[in-house]
Design a protein around this ligand. Structure first.
Ligand SMILES: Cc1cc2nc3c(=O)[nH]c(=O)nc-3n(C[C@H](O)[C@H](O)[C@H](O)COP(=O)(O)OP(=O)(O)OC[C@H]3O[C@@H](n4cnc5c(N)ncnc54)[C@H](O)[C@@H]3O)c2cc1C
Length: 398
């Protein structure tokens, strides 16, 4: 039997997880990424679950101890910095750049093609053809849409499914271990530290360093309300007056916006968190959306990762979800032996899981939606439920 060929649209984590796994079961894979440059500088810290590391081991990646960090407690601080609630946990965080690099290095330039934007797909019973903006037409047995929340693939097949802005944003930033005041090392580099100003939620997590040095960094995340047509647009407007829509490349965020963020941190967050906001070199602004596709498969085309379901980041497991999508797809291709039956089984496995995760994110975040602060759970319940959940065992390196 000739080698089956898969085209993967989107060269970020979800696309790379699928590409690595399909290759491990004998498929010929090619990845097409719209961005021309390296994506390595893109991500931040990630909550993770055991399945992410299981999939990486299956691909053949050695889980170096420097790739993940332990979180021992969720701690809530008052505005004064005093601890008001502590819940013991056993959680794992990792860093986007570490996962990306280890998945990306398995593909040479011809197998991972940057600057290739998919326009649309065409299908016959026997194949699928991807048409790209530069005029290229490439044919294969399977096409995986791992092209994120604004997926071109999804828009072609289910145009009514669109991301829904939930009324608040996440500001994120990373601070190096050496930049954190020594008296705050114990808390910020071991625990997940929360602060809950009225109608908002901020936390920090320790994350792995960008290389294998074994060092750590700390990331803050701060959920703040922002009207879609008002505050969000102002924050997404650069110094030349150009509004980039509902997102903005971090280097273009205006100094006034960052100064206001730091000032607000000083007045409303515990000093430990305010210091992280002040010290982060290049904060990232992300509007928060819910997205739930009605279908994941269309003939020889399948959606994976954020292209199918986007859960609010309170769940801390969307990259693990992308790994589980890739795992289920590879598994079903092996079990069923033909694309059509495999995709049916994949949708049955992954559709309910995606919907459940979106619903969990909604439950965890609904008190942050404008006018719904009364839904905020007790601090104890919030600390227990937030994040990826405890692991049974720490990730093994074998
Ligand atoms: C504030 C915040 C915090 C988060 N925290 C966590 C966390 O703790 N843990 C966790 O697991 N997840 C977290 N996430 C979610 C996580 O970042 C995403 O789930 C994950 O990065 C999605 O990966 P993806 O590959 O599916 O999509 P993306 O990373 O969006 O990648 C899609 C890729 O497709 C490319 N593309 C798009 N259109 C085309 C086209 N037409 N042709 C070719 N290429 C195209 C894009 O350029 C992009 O590279 C967080 C997200 C946010 C916003």
């Amino acid at each position: 039997m000739s080698t089956q060929r898969a085209l993967i649209i989107g060269g970020s984590l979800s696309g790379l997880l699928a590409a690595n796994l399909l290759r491990s079961i004998g498929w010929h894979v090619e990845i097409f990424e719209r961005a021309a440059g390296d994506l390595a500088g893109r991500g931040a810290g990630l909550g993770a679950q055991a399945d992410l590391f299981t999939v990486m081991r299956q691909i053949g990646i050695r889980i170096d101890r420097s790739m993940w960090t332990e979180v021992r407690s969720h701690v809530c601080l008052a505005r004064s910095g005093e601890s008001i609630c502590r819940v013991p946990v056993r959680e794992v965080t990792t860093a986007w750049d570490r996962i990306y690099q280890s998945l990306r290095e398995n593909f040479r330039a011809g197998q991972y093609r940057g600057g290739m934007a998919l326009l649309r797909c065409e299908q016959t019973e026997r194949s699928v053809v991807a048409l790209f903006e530069n005029g290229a037409r490439i044919e294969a047995d399977l096409l995986i849409g791992a092209d994120g929340i604004r997926s071109t693939v999804r828009q072609q097949y289910v145009p009514d499914v669109v991301p829904r802005y939930v009324g608040y944003v996440a500001w994120r930033g990373i601070v190096e271990e050496t930049q954190i005041a020594p008296q705050w090392h114990a808390a910020t580099l071991q625990d997940m530290v929360f602060c809950l100003p009225e109608g908002e939620l901020a936390f920090s997590i320790p994350i792995a360093d960008r290389d294998a040095s074994g060092g750590r960094r700390c990331m803050f995340v701060w959920f703040r309300p922002a009207g879609y047509d008002s505050t969000l647009r102002q924050w997404c407007t650069d110094a030349s007056g150009h509004c980039h829509g509902d997102s903005i490349p971090p280097p273009l965020i205006r100094d006034e916006v960052l100064d206001e963020l730091k000032l607000a941190a000083r007045t409303s967050l515990a000093p430990q968190l305010a210091e992280l906001v002040a010290g982060a070199r290049q904060p990232i602004l992300s509007a928060i959306f819910d997205l739930e596709t009605t279908r994941m498969t269309f003939g020889r085309v399948v959606l994976a990762g954020d292209a199918a379901f986007v859960a609010r980041p309170h769940v801390g497991t969307s990259v693990t979800k992308a790994a589980q999508d890739a795992w289920a797809l590879a598994d079903e291709l092996v079990i069923k032996g033909n694309v059509s039956a495999a995709l049916t089984a994949y949708e049955q496995r992954r559709g309910p899981a995606g919907r459940e995760l979106v619903a969990r994110g909604r439950r965890l975040g609904e008190h942050l939606e404008p006018g719904r602060a009364t839904l905020r759970p007790s601090i104890d319940a919030l600390l227990r439920d937030f994040g990826p959940g405890s692991v049974d065992e720490w990730p093994s390196t074998v």
